[in-house]
Design a protein around this ligand. Structure first.
Ligand code: AMP
Length: 405
C-alpha cells in the first residue's frame, strides 16, 4: 500500500505547530498534534498529543532555534512509531505565508522554489524566513521525501487586477512588486467550500463572504470558488481591525508619526502591527476579555468593540456590492467561531441586505459547521470552523499522488 500520511508543519518566528494526518481515502484522520513555542528563549515549551490514546506529553526548557525545535518534534513523533523515518509518511506539507504572484498552487519544493520564497522575504520579512528554516530543516532530516509548500497567498492570486492593484504609479508598483496579495488563503478556500457544502450547493455556483476573525483577521469575497477580493494587502496589515494590527488607515498617519511624532520607521511598523487593533484601543486583544469588560461597563473595551464591528460591517457591505449576489456570510477562526457577541453585532441592522442572525441558533456552542440565520433567510449566515492543517494536508497529498501517477 502506498504511504498515506502527511506531516503538516507551520514554522513561525518563535513557534512550530504541526499535525500528522492520515489521508487514506481522503479522510484526513489526525494521528498526532503539537507545538513548540517560545523558541530561542529560556522558557521554551512543547506539547505533543497522540490522538489514538489521547496521551499528552509536555516539556519545558530552552529550545535554541527552529532546527532544534523540529528535531524535538521528530523525536516526539518517533516515540509512538510515527517518526519521520516511517515508510507510511508520504510527504511533508509546509505552510508558507508569502508566495507572491509566482505561486498560484501548492508546489513541490526544489532549489528553484526555495530561491523564489527567499526572493519574497522583502514583502514578508517576519514570516518567510521562519518558513524557509522549517523547510530546510525538514529537507535535511528527510531529503528523499517530497516536501510541498502551500501558500497563504495562492487562493488570492485569482483576484482580478482591479482588486489587486493599488492606485499608485504602475511603474513604481511593478518595480517593487507592490500589490494586494492577501493572506489566510488556505482558510478562505477551505471555508468557502465548506460553506457551499453546508448549503448543499456546488461551490462553483456559490457566492460567499468569508470572515476569518482570529487574532489576525481578514475578509474575502468568493464568487463560484474563486477569490475576487480580500481585505489584507501587500502585507497582513491592511483591512479589518485585528488583535494587535490597525487594519486600514490613512497612509498619511505614517508620514505624520514620522514627521510630527518623530518616530522611526521600525517603531511605526511595530506600533501598527503589534501595538494597535483591539490591544492598542483597550489593552486587551482577546475577545473573551473584551466581552467580560464590556459586561462590567468598561468604556474603552466598549469603544474597541464598536470600532471592530464598524469596520467589519463596512467590509460585509463592500463585498456584498462586489459580489452582487451573496449566498452566505461565513464566520470562522477563533473570534468568528466563538464570539457570539461579534456575530450578532456584525449582522445587526443588515436586514435590508437579507442578513439576520437567529439569537438562539447563534448562542449554540458546537464544533461543526452550522447555520445561524433564521429559516427562509435570503442570505445564509453560518459558522464554519476552519481547518488549515487539513486543507494543507489535502492539497499536499493530492499533489504528491498526482506526481506519483
Ligand atoms: P485564532 O487566531 O484563530 O487562534 O483566534 C484567537 C482569538 O480568538 C483570541 O485572541 C480570542 O480573541 C478569540 N477567541 C478564542 N476563543 C474565544 C471565545 N470562546 N470567545 C470569544 N473569543 C474567543
Amino acid at each position: 500500500m502506498s504511504p498515506s500520511r502527511v506531516l503538516v508543519l507551520n514554522s513561525g518566528s518563535s513557534s512550530v505547530k504541526y499535525q500528522l494526518l492520515d489521508m487514506r481515502e481522503g479522510a484526513g484522520t489526525r494521528l498526532a498534534v503539537g507545538l513548540v513555542e517560545r523558541i530561542g528563549e529560556q522558557t521554551s515549551r512543547s506539547r505533543h498529543t497522540v490522538l489514538a490514546t489521547g496521551a499528552t506529553r509536555e516539556h519545558s526548557g530552552p529550545v535554541a532555534d527552529d532546527e532544534a525545535a523540529l528535531k524535538a518534534v521528530a523525536g516526539e513523533l518517533a516515540k509512538d512509531g510515527l517518526g519521520l523515518d516511517s515508510p507510511e509518511l508520504a510527504a511533508i506539507g509546509h505552510r508558507v505565508v508569502h508566495g507572491g504572484m509566482f505561486f498560484t498552487e501548492p508546489t513541490v519544493i526544489d532549489d528553484e522554489v526555495l530561491t523564489e520564497i527567499e526572493r519574497l522575504i522583502p514583502v514578508a520579512p517576519l514570516h518567510n524566513p521562519a518558513n524557509l528554516t522549517g523547510i530546510r530543516t525538514a529537507m535535511a532530516l528527510r531529503p528523499d521525501l517530497p516536501q510541498v509548500a502551500v501558500f497563504d497567498t495562492a487562493f488570492h492570486t485569482a483576484m482580478p487586477e482591479h482588486a489587486a492593484r493599488y492606485a499608485i504609479d504602475t511603474k513604481i508598483a511593478d518595480r517593487h512588486r507592490i500589490r494586494r496579495y492577501g493572506f489566510h488563503g488556505t482558510s478562505h478556500a477551505f471555508v468557502s467550500r465548506a460553506t457551499a457544502k453546508l448549503l448543499g450547493k456546488d461551490p462553483a455556483h456559490t457566492n460567499v463572504i468569508v470572515l476569518h476573525l482570529g487574532n489576525g483577521a481578514s475578509a474575502s469575497a468568493v464568487r463560484g470558488g474563486r477569490c475576487v477580493d480580500t481585505s489584507m494587502g501587500l502585507t497582513p496589515l491592511e483591512g479589518l481591525v485585528m488583535g494587535t494590527r490597525s487594519g486600514d488607515l490613512d497612509p498619511a498617519v505614517i508620514f505624520h508619526l514620522a514627521r510630527v511624532g518623530g518616530m522611526a520607521m521600525d517603531e511605526i511598523d511595530t506600533l501598527l502591527n503589534k501595538g494597535s487593533g483591539l490591544f492598542g484601543l483597550c489593552g486587551d486583544n482577546d475577545m473573551r476579555e473584551i466581552d467580560r469588560r464590556i459586561a462590567e461597563g468598561d468604556k474603552a473595551a466598549r469603544l474597541a468593540f464598536d470600532i471592530y464591528i464598524h469596520r467589519l460591517k463596512k467590509y460585509i457591505g463592500a463585498y456584498y456590492a462586489v459580489l452582487g449576489r451573496v449566498d452566505a456570510v461565513a464566520f470562522t477562526a477563533g473570534v468568528g467561531e466563538n464570539a457570539v457577541s461579534v456575530r450578532e453585532a456584525a449582522v445587526a441592522g443588515l436586514d435590508g441586505l437579507g442578513l439576520a442572525v437567529d439569537g438562539a441558533l447563534n448562542a449554540v456552542r458546537d464544533d461543526g459547521p452550522r447555520l445561524i440565520s433564521p429559516a427562509h433567510a435570503r442570505v445564509a449566515v453560518a459558522v464554519v470552523p476552519t481547518d488549515e492543517e487539513l486543507e494543507i494536508a489535502t492539497q499536499t497529498y493530492a499533489l504528491v499522488g498526482k506526481e506519483r501517477r
